[in-house]
Design a binder for this molecule. Structure first.
Ligand SMILES: [Ca+2]
Ligand SMILES: [Ca+2]
Length: 286
């Protein structure tokens, strides 16, 4: 128990850390991963069930230990937003990142001809309390069919309304339902124009290392309104998304390091209770 608690503390290095440490079967709306952060259900008139907690805790080698369960992304008309009081209320300069673990658990029926695919999460220009549908999403995570029905690809798109396929960039790598991906997505503001901000996607970077070159980038239309104010999930009925998507271990931060944490040394290996007692005592004495 003590080791688990330390691991959870390590995960909180990001301004927002969501390990989906909730009971399986719960709906996401109203749940809070940490003080100052709560998922807000929007677009409640949608037809399907809300996003729900599933007991498939995703893990990735070298990343800080995962906690709790994971999120089942229903392919239905629901919107959920979240933000953290540890982040600026509006980010409009520099860079901001999110990372997550992704496993597509079911590719049945995924459209095999679209070149656009669809997205289910990204940064949003609306307040975290908004319940509106999603018009704009920066550094959105896109999914597309692969070369055959057993494969898919991941990509990224800067802002722009969702009704066209401009600026979508897919990586060439193909994945199956057996793969758990560690994805880092970044949005960098540039001041030269309203079309020069850059969204970047890294696929399976090594936790603890500095950022390598991104696998793909997208530019051409800055986030509408010039600022990011929330993180959003959305999946519309009729979207070209696979029927099974599980995401986990969501982190949001203003630095690369915040969203790519390695295990704390004390959560690794065999930690004697005596050493643990000494550690806790020394922390109390600070
Ligand atoms: Ca988890
Ligand atoms: Ca710009």
């Amino acid at each position: 128990m003590a080791v688990m608690a330390l691991a959870a503390v390590g995960g909180r290095g990001a301004a927002l850390y969501e390990g989906f440490n909730y009971t399986a079967g719960l709906s996401l709306g109203g749940l809070s991963p940490q003080p100052g952060s709560t998922w807000v259900l929007g677009n409640a008139g949608g037809a399907g069930p809300e996003y729900g907690i599933t007991n498939l805790n995703l893990t990735y080698p070298g990343l800080a230990p995962s906690i709790g369960n994971a999120l089942w992304v229903h392919k239905t008309a629901k919107v959920e937003r979240i933000w953290s009081t540890d982040l600026p209320a509006a980010v409009s300069s520099g860079s901001i990142y999110y990372s997550l673990l992704l496993r597509v658990t079911d590719l049945t029926g995924l459209n095999q001809t679209s070149t656009a695919g669809a997205f289910f999460c990204g940064f949003n220009n609306a307040a975290p309390t908004a319940t509106s549908t999603v018009g704009f999403a920066g550094a959105r995570l896109q999914l597309l069919h692969g070369a055959d029905p057993n494969h898919y690809r991941v990509g990224i798109r800067n802002d722009v309304v969702s009704g066209n396929s401009a600026n979508i960039a897919y990586a060439t790598a193909e994945f199956t339902t057996a793969d758990t991906l560690f994805l880092v997505l970044g949005y960098t503001f540039n001041t030269g124009s309203a079309t020069d901000d850059v969204a970047s996607l890294w696929i399976n970077p090594t936790p603890g290392n500095p950022p390598p070159s991104p696998d793909v980038t997208s530019t051409g239309a800055d986030i509408s309104g010039g600022s990011i104010r929330s993180f959003v999930l959305r999946a519309l009925t009729g979207d070209l998304l696979p029927p099974g998507i599980v995401m986990d271990e969501l982190r949001i931060g203003l630095t690369w390091d915040e969203v790519t944490p390695v295990p704390e040394p004390l959560s690794y290996g065999l930690l004697g209770l005596g050493a643990l007692a000494l550690l806790l005592r020394s922390r109390r004495l600070r």
